[in-house]
Design a protein around this ligand. Sequence first.
Ligand code: ARG
Length: 477
Amino acid sequence: MTNQQSAEQPERSEAAIGGETLWHGRFESGPSEALLKYTVSLPYDQRLAPYDIMGSRAHVRGLARVDLLTKADAEAILVALDEVEAELASGDFVFVPSDEDIHTAVERRVTEIAGPAGARLHTGRSRNDQVATDLRLFVKDHMAMIAGQVVELARVLHDRAVEAGDAYLPGYTHLQRAQPVLLSHHLLAHFWTFRRDLTRLMAARDAADVSPLGAGALAGSTLPLDPDGNAEDLGFSSRFQNSLDVVSDRDYVADALYALTMIGVHLSRIGEEFVLWSSEEFGFLTVDDGYATGSSMMPQKKNPDIAELARGKGGRLIGHLTGLLATLKGLPLSYNRDLQEDKEGLFDGIDQISAGLAAVTGMIATATFRTEAMAKAADESAAGATDLADFLVRGGMPFRDAHAVVAAVVRDSIATGRPLAEVTAESDDLGADAAALLAPGVGIKLRTSPGASGPGPVASQLEAAAAALAEMTDLPA
Ligand code: ARG
């Protein structure tokens, strides 16, 4: 078969063993220090090593299937890849200065170990389809990993909502006390946001689920490659349709960063609530000692640092997402080195969100809710004012008129400093029956409409959340 060249070692590979770049053959002189310093990605793309080895194995098997590699050469490379994998895992792998990136390093070492066969590893392959393959495998794995953590947080929110029973607090708009809500209802509000985050993570995973292997540098190959077989071998749902597109497509990285950033935004919002609620001014909760920090100077301090960092790190994620979008927006087809900038933000985003989910999940699981303070804040406030208007509406009054009547009573209460219930009882329009609606714990029970914050609808909501949770636990691997 003409595709099977003789197993003699080409000179170029010998040179590569000596520590030169993969592309030095075209150049008169070697790379400058400054170039290497600026362009190497090895310090961070080492993280792709397991996926690079996975991709290389599939590539070797693919070449063997179409007789571009003899069985013996394929076997020699696969054995070398096993060894490289072991060296990388144990930390025995020695990098050399010409290892620009993980792909170069792995190929160099395979060639050192496998000898002549190693020189055939890169047949029909470019680092452009290689890095895209690695990164897609990485994204698929890590979206699933983060999804597992999101499910854990959702589970804690659900469990704490069940535990919250009939505890209630003021619900807020504009951070002003507005209407009473059940604590379980409040916690479930966060539950649903994380359920949506899970959907986004799975969508990003699906976007990454296309194999680029076989696209070459940009235009495919003159060799009889088997991209469909490669896709199947690597567990991708399909292969690329267009080689130009797939070597330059980083939409799935943007999708992943968007999914992560939304989690970051949601963790930030919970963080802000925990900061407020744990303050003496609110006093709605106490953060467990294991999830709080102290002050080096003020002995009395107990600070909600996890909550604050959850808030702070949201900005960092937004930076990674917008940074990537800015990198992508000006790129002509197909591969451009700019695309190397796709990795650090993604890696950091995954690390930060993973650590944040673990910390916030623990913080919520162990916090003590101060339900008496919550109830007091709801009972003391004029949070029942809307209920008074609804009372008049039930008696036939147009809502706009009812609003005006109650507003006058509220104004009177504020001006005289007397409790709203007292002024309500004395009002000709309202009276004692209406005033009874303002008694502690009454307003919350009145909220009966579907999806409302009262005990009836929240019981149904808890059932829906439990069903959703069961479904969420059943994720694709
Ligand atoms: N380190 C590169 C990246 O992350 C790998 C691809 C290099 N391709 C190239 N044509 N120089 O994008």
